[in-house]
Design a protein around this ligand. Structure first.
Ligand code: NI
Length: 166
């Protein structure tokens, strides 16, 4: 296991389109999955996408109710038209938080770590995390989804002035 280096805003790997994975069960991908989980927990993140650790493949991790969950080739789509705003941060944009509109409810599908198809629905914070991480695979950062850049700030300042809470 190893803690991986996280690409920060400005690195081109964050802006590219990641490649689909044909077989999630290879030893290399198993190792990557473990290292990404360790990296996410070490960085106190709630989600991580492979391009953030310089691997341009379609793999995301998040902290769910059942611990760290992983999804290869994820498809995440809104279940209805309801959108809600909420604060987000990103391990690739350290220190900042911003308000981002996201679908409140989503359907998700993809391949699990054993290569079997998996699917489900999510709402609220879990739906937000899934949309944020899936966006990383298309080179989209939460800043690009913001409608009001006056609601972007450093966590330290926001918390001092009553903002920035998820
Ligand atoms: Ni992120």
């Amino acid at each position: 296991m190893a803690i991986l280096k996280i690409a920060r805003l400005g690195h081109p790997v964050l802006l590219g389109r990641a490649e689909p994975v044909s077989d999630p069960t290879t030893p290399d991908l198993r190792r990557l999955l473990k290292d990404m989980a360790e990296t996410m927990l070490d960085a106190q993140g709630v989600g991580l996408a492979a391009p953030q650790v310089h691997e341009p493949i379609r793999l995301i991790l998040w902290r769910g109710a059942e611990g760290v969950q992983a999804l290869f080739n994820p498809l995440v789509s809104p279940l209805d038209a309801e959108v809600e705003e909420g604060w987000e941060g990103c391990l690739s944009i350290p220190g900042l938080r911003g308000v981002v509109p996201r679908a409140r409810r989503v359907a998700w599908s993809g391949l699990g770590p054993d290569g079997a198809p998996v699917s489900g629905t999510a709402e609220g914070l879990a739906a937000r995390i899934l949309q944020h991480e899936a966006d990383h695979l298309d080179g989209i950062l939460y800043l690009m989804r913001m409608r009001d850049l006056s609601r972007l700030g450093f966590v330290e300042e926001l918390s001092r002035h009553g903002g920035g809470q998820a």
